[in-house]
Structure formats: structure tokens, C-alpha cells
Design a protein around this ligand. Structure first.
Ligand code: GLU
Length: 513
């Protein structure tokens, strides 16, 4: 292996066949962290040679998701770069030329077997595999005369090009996570590399040719691709590129939160969490799938959460910003076994990150939520919205939770929690609240720390029950008996609003019997 002193160049190579799954996002993230740590390049390659599975909108979705998460791309379809095009459907000539190189060198051959013929073989021979043991009994350029082959092509017969895998070889895959993995070439079949029908390579060929041409140093991908790694090695060898072959990392699977098996969209639906970074509207079924962004997650929290699904920094540190993740990331601390998708931990990360962002930033995130509830944020100052959000943020896991916790800062209550009314709004309460409103009207200061001792002293002097009066006060202002510190609330909403709310409550609430 010649990866020492080599420029680190990694690629994320999604196929635009639907929304990017959260597992794919983790693969992208690990590529990104590794690239940044080594001062290398992160390439985004769109693997769209399978026209049957192409889904409109999927490529934009990939770009938008990576941008939202801050996973920066150095070379790609949008970014450009020295080794483009970065979209495989625009690289047909390159693949055609490489298929020809293998054919000319006798490392690949042309095969005419129709799907029906292959089906018949499979029925005839149990565990049929198109390989050294069977290929001479098939219809291909190894078993047929050159003239016959040419005649079939000239007559317009469709064909595929297959990789000629030599039996009896030990193929060595160097995986940075799994060590040296040796695979017997006999178990590999003569993979189809190209199909004349659509004049396109299969993803096997395109993926490998591009890794070479784009000078990829490390192939970091999902575990499901481990079986293709020997093909990668053998094709690099067949092309004569063996000394620039990439190192591999096959990342462990993301598992269901509550058991064994691969995390699926259904687990998300069943347990109530998104498995996609952004909301996705399926163009065919019309179905909408939830996204982390739309569910109120902060991108930094999602990144931190995902980074720890399969990796740890070697100690108990959990909350790490992107720079810290870049500095600490290492495949030495990646696990080889699957990582359970602990979505509750994701919520915890989001809660934690919400505590750490400045209130002014939180206010900006709150504005769309206010609008969605028909509150015009422009009717309030930025500092007012920030203060309201800041006061309740310790109670929220998601930005959307701000509404339930802080709505009373933006609209006076129109209803009062019946349970609280029953418990706190006794027959004498309207008179006490009216007196409180009078007291407040005469108060020179509504600053929390100044007003609080004065109101408490008034309660004491009059021999009122502290808990009952304060809860009734809260009920009048908030609509229920919860929320942040009462005098912080009244300081923010101000004197006039506080008094108006008390008066409205006295008028509206029927005292409990
Ligand atoms: N296009 C493949 C995928 O989406 C790429 C796999 C790889 O990283 O080589 O899974």
C-alpha cells in the first residue's frame, strides 16, 4: 500500500435513488471528518448510472441535506474540480474507453447470454455462478469464435461485458477497521461491467474507474459494500493501478433502536423519529417522510449525535462541536459491530445544543414557529423574542417546543386551565387579584428583583397564603400554573399587560365553589 504521504482524497458517492438515509449521512460525515483532519479533499460524486432507479429531486436533496449539516464539499457537480464531471451519467466516454482497455487486455469478455438463457442455466445447475467453472459453457467471446462474436454484434445483438475473474486467488482487502480481509476469488462471479443495451457501465465499473481517476486515497463506505471490495482490488489490478489502490473502511451498520437488524424507515414510523435528514416528498407515491430539520433538530446536534454512532473519542466526552470532532476523529475508535440508533440520545443532544446557542439565535429559529401560530414576530422586538425564548429554553427539546412553553409571552390567555382554576381560584381570589392589580399599578419598577420582594411583603402583611396568591397570579397571566419565574415573566411583558391580564382573569374566571 502506498497511502503514506499521499494526499487524502475521499468521496461520498450516493446514488440518487431516493432521499439520503441517515446512515448515508453518517458515511458522508465520517468521510468529511477524515478529510478535514488530514487537510484532504472531500468529493461528492453522483452515481446515477442506474437509470431504472433514478428519482427526480434526489440529487438536490443530497446537496441540500449536506449543506444543512455543514458537511462541506470540495469537489462535486456544483463545486466543480479538476477531475470532473462528477456525475457518472456525464462520463460515458470515459467508461466506454475503460471497458475497451479491459477487453483489449483480455481481462474482460463479451457475453450474449439472454436473461432467459441465464434463467435456464440457474434452473439446471444449483447455485449457478457465471465464473471460470461455467463460462466456457455459456455464449461469450471466450467460448465462441471471433468471427461469430463480431457477426452477432454487427447484427445488433445486445451484449454485456463481464470481468474475467481468475480462480484460485486470495484477494487481499486492507480495511482500516477490519484489518486484512482475505477473500477467495473463486467465490466471486464474473461481474457485469457494461451493458450495450443502454451503453452504460454498471456501478461496479463506474465506481472503481472513478475512484482511480479522481485519485481517491480512502474509500469510506457502508458495510453493505464490503462484498464489493475484492472486486475493487481486482479491477485496480487488472487496469494496472494496484500501487495506487485506496485504503478501505467499511463502516458498521446502524441498527434498530430496540433490537437487531438494520435501521429502517419503518422503525422511525413505529417509534416516532425521522430517518432522513430533511423532509422528503416522494414524487411517485406522494408520501411525505419526516426530516430532522423539519422536526426541529439543530444541524450541530444531528452531526454530534451521528458522529458518536459507531465512534467515540476514547473517553466519555459527548458534546463536541465540529472542530473538536475533526480533531479527535479516528478509525482506531470506531466499532466494527453495528451501532444501535439511540434516537432518545438524539433528542438529548438537541436539548443540550439548544441550551448552548445564544438567545438571539434561538429567537431567529422561533420566528417561523410564531408565524405558524399566527403571531406576527414583527410586532415584538428581537430582544423581547430572545428573552422569552431564553427564559423557557431549559424546558425544550425542539425549537417547536418553544410555542407551548412561551406562547403566553405573545398572546394573553383566552382560556384558563380548569384544574388550576378549581385548585387556586377560590371565592376570595377575585378581590385579592383586584387588590394586587392596584398595588402593581402603583409600583415604580417592574424589574423582577425589585418587584418580587414588594409583592411578597404585601402578601405577608395581608396574611394571604403565599402559594395560593402566587398561583392565582400565574394563572391569570399565563393561563396555567407553569412556566418560568413569575416576576421574570411580568418584567418582560410589562406593567400594562400584566395588569390587563389580571383584570381579564377577574372578569372571566368563575371562582370555584
Ligand atoms: N453508489 C453507491 C451507494 O450509493 C456507492 C458505494 C460506495 O461508496 O462505493 O451506495
Amino acid at each position: 500500500m502506498s497511502t503514506q504521504n499521499r494526499e487524502v482524497r475521499v468521496r461520498f458517492a450516493p446514488s440518487p435513488t431516493g432521499p439520503l438515509h441517515i446512515g448515508g449521512v453518517r458515511t458522508a460525515l465520517y468521510n468529511y471528518l477524515f478529510a478535514r483532519q488530514h487537510g484532504g479533499k472531500m468529493i461528492l460524486r453522483i452515481e446515477d448510472t442506474d437509470s431504472q432507479r433514478f428519482v427526480p429531486g434526489a440529487e438536490d436533496y443530497i446537496n441540500e441535506a449536506l449543506a444543512w449539516l455543514g458537511i462541506g464539499i470540495d469537489e462535486g457537480v456544483r463545486e466543480g474540480g479538476p477531475y470532473g464531471p462528477y456525475k457518472q451519467s456525464e462520463r460515458r466516454d470515459i467508461y466506454r474507453e475503460h471497458v475497451k482497455m479491459l477487453l483489449d487486455a483480455g481481462k474482460a469478455y463479451i457475453a450474449f447470454d439472454t436473461p432467459a438463457e441465464l434463467e435456464a442455466k440457474r434452473a439446471e445447475i444449483p447455485n449457478f455462478q457465471y465464473d471460470a467453472s461455467t463460462r466456457m459453457s455459456m455464449r461469450n467471446s471466450l467460448s465462441m469464435q471471433a468471427e461469430e462474436v463480431q457477426a452477432l454484434i454487427d447484427a445488433g445483438n445486445q451484449y454485456v461485458v463481464r470481468f474475467k475473474i481468475e480462480p484460485g486467488r486470495d484477494v487481499e482487502v486492507h480495511d482500516m477497521l477490519r484489518g486484512l480481509v482475505t477473500i477467495k476469488s473463486d467465490i466471486l462471479d464474473d461481474k457485469v461491467l457494461y451493458k450495450s443495451a443502454d451503453d452504460l457501465p454498471t456501478y461496479h465499473l463506474a465506481n472503481i474507474v472513478d475512484d482511480h481517476l479522481m485519485k481517491i486515497s480512502h474509500v469510506i463506505r457502508g458495510e453493505e459494500w464490503l462484498p464489493s471490495a475484492p472486486l475493487h482490488v481486482l479491477l485496480y489490478e487488472a487496469f494496472g493501478w494496484a500501487d495506487t489502490a485506496p485504503e478501505f473502511v467499511h463502516l458498521p451498520l446502524l441498527l434498530k433502536p430496540d433490537g437487531k437488524g438494520k435501521l429502517s424507515k419503518r422503525d422511525g414510523d413505529r417509534l416516532g423519529f425521522p430517518v432522513f435528514p430533511l423532509e422528503w416528498h416522494d414524487p411517485k407515491s406522494g408520501e411525505t417522510s419526516r426530516g430532522y430539520r423539519e422536526s426541529g433538530y439543530l444541524p450541530q446536534a444531528v452531526v454530534n449525535f451521528l458522529a458518536l454512532l459507531g465512534w467515540n473519542p476514547g473517553d466519555d466526552t459527548e458534546v463536541m462541536g465540529i472542530d473538536e470532532l475533526i480533531a479527535k476523529f479516528s478509525f482506531d475508535h470506531c466499532s466494527r459491530s453495528g451501532a444501535k440508533f439511540a434516537f432518545d440520545k438524539g433528542k438529548w443532544f438537541n436539548h443540550t445544543y439548544l441550551q448552548n446557542i445564544p438567545d438571539a439565535e434561538l429567537a431567529e429559529l422561533f420566528k417561523p414557529v410564531l408565524k405558524a401560530h399566527e403571531i406576527d414576530p414583527a410586532a415584538f422586538s428581537d430582544s423581547y423574542i430572545a428573552a422569552a425564548a431564553g427564559m423557557v429554553k431549559s424546558r425544550i427539546n425542539f425549537v417547536s417546543d418553544l410555542w407551548d412553553n412561551a406562547r403566553f409571552f405573545f398572546a394573553a390567555p383566552t382560556e384558563y386551565d380548569p384544574k388550576a382554576v378549581k385548585k387556586r381560584w377560590s371565592a376570595e381570589m377575585p378581590a385579592i387579584m383586584t387588590a394586587l392589580a392596584e398595588l402593581l399599578a402603583a409600583e415604580p419598577s417592574f424589574v423582577s428583583a425589585e418587584l418580587e420582594p414588594r409583592v411578597l411583603a404585601w402578601i405577608e402583611q395581608n396574611g394571604y397564603h403565599l402559594g395560593n396568591v402566587m398561583n392565582a397570579f400565574r394563572l391569570a397571566v399565563v393561563g396555567e400554573c407553569k412556566g418560568p419565574h413569575m416576576f421574570d415573566i411580568t418584567e418582560l411583558i410589562g406593567k400594562d399587560e400584566t395588569i390587563a391580564r389580571i383584570k381579564a382573569a377577574v372578569e372571566r374566571i368563575q371562582p370555584a365553589e
